[in-house]
Design a protein around this ligand. Structure first.
Ligand code: HEC
Length: 129
């Protein structure tokens, strides 16, 4: 009986440690949203190829690649997206519209907090150029 108790205790402590380790792996827990410009959720300076392109690939090109161009919008290259960033349209469709608006992007889903932060910083950088 003693043995069982011992293994049970070791097991529980093990599970606890595992749980803590997994939580620490989560990017968004380690880096709280940088609304005040404090902690960033990505490394280095904001960069289109490194930070924005992967989001476009995963969340936008399904509809906005050259062979789709939904809504007449093709945003495959940095120059294309920069046009929307400079006009204020990108900020509007990503951040300002309610989920019920058909122009809210991406439709029917939310970007992660970190992806939003990357978009915000990139839009800001484009407008400072
Ligand atoms: C499921 C398809 C789909 C996905 C995914 C999608 N869009 Fe769109 N997007 C559309 C459609 C459809 C329109 C036209 C909406 C309208 O005018 O009513 C549009 C319009 C836009 C516009 C132009 C808005 C305007 O008023 O001129 C921008 C900019 C845009 N999308 C950016 C994005 C970005 C950035 C992403 C990824 C984060 C994205 N979209 C993901 C379908 C999509």
């Amino acid at each position: 009986m003693r043995h069982l108790l011992f293994y049970w205790t070791v097991g529980m402590v093990g599970l606890l440690l595992l749980n803590t380790a997994c939580t620490a792996e989560n990017e968004e827990d380690r880096f709280p949203p940088g609304e005040n410009g404090d902690e960033l959720c990505y490394e280095g300076n904001i960069d289109f190829d490194k930070h924005i392109q992967p989001i476009l690939d995963a969340q936008c090109l399904l509809c906005h690649a050259p062979n789709q161009g939904l809504g007449g919008v093709i945003i495959e290259r940095e120059e294309d997206l920069a046009v929307y960033a400079r006009s204020g349209i990108l900020e509007e469709v990503l951040f300002d519209l309610p989920a019920s608006d058909p122009r809210k992007m991406p439709p029917g889903t939310e970007l992660s907090t970190c992806d939003k932060e990357k978009f915000r910083d990139w839009i800001e950088a484009v407008n400072e150029e």
